[in-house]
Write a protein that binds this ligand. Structure first.
Ligand code: PXP
Length: 251
């Protein structure tokens, strides 16, 4: 069964728009996480950025207390955030690029350009009992590099797919890239997640990408929640995900 991790960063984005620096305020991403779990989400994702643009330190500590499914901390491979992650002990960290030089042309983490640094963080996390995922473009070079670091998961960056989606020809190209990357990663023994830009309309096209374990979805769910409420928005997404073919990758 394809799992849903809800990214709650945008709940914090709305709070920070009004209450930045106040140490409190609504809407509360922690309460949102609770509602997502109650609605059936399989995990909660939050990105503690170095610039603290949305999620704050107190959010991740409260999330660690209340999340009963899996807490996925998205993070840059930076000493400060690594230190926080090692103390926080999320179930999994997803290493994402925050600085320009860490980013491939498609926006994923340039693992091939920093294998040693990523491998070292992967090892420190694993020694602390934390699983590791790497957010990479569907690029064979990056998939191979990810496998060489010993990471447990990759998260395929679906941003290019989401951008191409309105154009059927461009969409087909991006789905094929995702399909091949997922296949390659699976053959290399990696577990495969996907995320960025996935919404209620484009999700079905990902049925053709095999071996997917979990989708991390934020913006579309939080946006839909404004209209129908968070539990309904989560349940609607889960209902669409139920049709992902067992084993994945139906033509
Ligand atoms: N996965 C990763 C690694 C991300 O950085 C993001 C965006 O914060 C997402 C998934 C979710 O993307 P979206 O908000 O577009 O669903």
């Amino acid at each position: 069964m394809l799992k849903l991790g809800v990214n709650i960063d945008h709940v914090a984005t709305v709070r920070e728009a009004r209450y930045r620096g106040c140490g409190h305020g609504e809407p509360d991403p922690v309460e949102a996480a609770r509602l997502c779990e109650q609605a059936g989400a399989h995990g909660i994702t939050a990105h503690l950025r170095e610039d603290r643009r949305h999620i704050q330190d107190r959010d991740v500590w409260k999330l660690r207390e209340i999340v009963t499914t899996r807490l996925n901390l998205e993070m840059a491979n930076s000493p400060e955030i690594i230190g926080i992650a090692l103390r926080l002990k999320p179930d999994i960290v997803c290493i994402v690029p925050e600085r320009r030089q860490e980013i491939t042309t498609e926006g994923g983490l340039d693992v091939a350009g920093q294998r040693e640094a990523i491998r070292e963080t992967r090892q420190r996390m694993n020694e602390a009992g934390i699983e590791v995922s790497l957010f990479i473009a569907p690029d064979p070079v990056q998939v191979e590099a990810a496998a060489s670091t010993g990471t447990q998961f990759i998260e395929l960056h679906t941003g290019a797919f989401a951008e191409a989606w309105p154009d059927p020809a461009a969409r087909a190209v991006e789905v094929e890239r995702l399909r091949q990357a997922a296949e390659l990663a699976h053959q290399a023994g990696l577990r495969v997640n996907a995320g960025h830009g996935i919404h209620y309309q484009n999700l079905r096209d990902l049925y053709r990408v095999p071996h997917l374990v979990e989708l991390n979805i934020g913006h579309s769910i939080i946006s839909r929640a404004v209209m129908v409420g968070l539990p309904a928005a989560v349940q609607e997404m889960l209902a669409l995900m139920r049709d992902y073919p067992a084993g994945g990758g139906a033509a």
